[in-house]
Design a protein around this ligand. Structure first.
Ligand code: ZN
Length: 85
């Protein structure tokens, strides 16, 4: 099964359809561009399912610089594992 990792912004977008985290650290024009990119990338990744366990930490990398499969963010942050269905 194909696994990939998403940053926290994209996790929010996937899990809750919530893009508000994106707006925290960018200008308005950048936010719109980023959300558009995320929408496009997510559509290509769907359908997907969460493959991490907050209790055991399996499938979660904190302070990772692994490239986010969706927005291609490489900033330090938490990455969560997903599996393509
Ligand atoms: Zn991302």
């Amino acid at each position: 099964m194909e696994s990939f990792w998403l940053c926290e912004d994209c996790l929010q977008a996937v899990a809750y359809d919530d893009y508000s985290a994106v707006s925290l650290h960018s200008s308005e024009a950048e936010v719109e561009q980023r959300i558009t990119r995320m929408h496009t990338a997510l559509r290509a990744l769907l359908p997907l399912s969460a493959d991490f366990d907050p209790e055991s930490g399996i499938g979660i990398e904190t302070f990772s610089t692994r490239t986010c499969e969706c927005c291609h963010d490489t900033l330090h942050g938490t990455r969560h594992r997903f599996t393509r269905l």
